[in-house]
Write a protein that binds this ligand. Structure first.
Ligand SMILES: [Zn+2]
Ligand SMILES: [Zn+2]
Length: 110
């Protein structure tokens, strides 16, 4: 774990549903990110989905429903969000840092 310096890193201003499934984050630096629900589910970083020591994925993508989507999204402290998924999975904590890295918009992808 590295320590994030508050105030210098972008943090979400709003976290909302872009549509029935997908998640939209507007950052405090004006950036907007759209996350496809299933992609986010497959990126779940919890100990059930990823082996803690090696980082080896334990989650079988084929086992994740096509229409998986968030039932609830809540803030965890000042550094992460917690997502409760429609498949019953609810141990995933997504840090702001990792969400920003997952942004797939054209300017982040380039
Ligand atoms: Zn997980
Ligand atoms: Zn971006």
């Amino acid at each position: 774990m590295f320590v994030s310096v508050l105030g210098t890193k972008p943090v979400p201003k709003t976290v909302s549903r872009a549509n029935l499934h997908d998640v939209k984050i507007v950052w405090n630096d004006g950036h907007e990110s759209l996350y496809i629900a299933r992609d986010l589910r497959l990126r779940c970083p919890c100990a059930v989905c990823v082996e803690e020591m090696s980082g080896r994925p334990l989650l079988d993508p084929d086992s994740v429903a096509r229409d998986v989507h968030p039932l609830g999204i809540s803030l965890v402290g000042k550094y992460a969000i917690h997502i409760q998924w429609s498949d019953g999975h609810s141990t995933g904590i997504y840090t702001f840092d990792s969400l920003r890295r997952l942004c797939a918009c054209p300017s982040c992808a380039s």
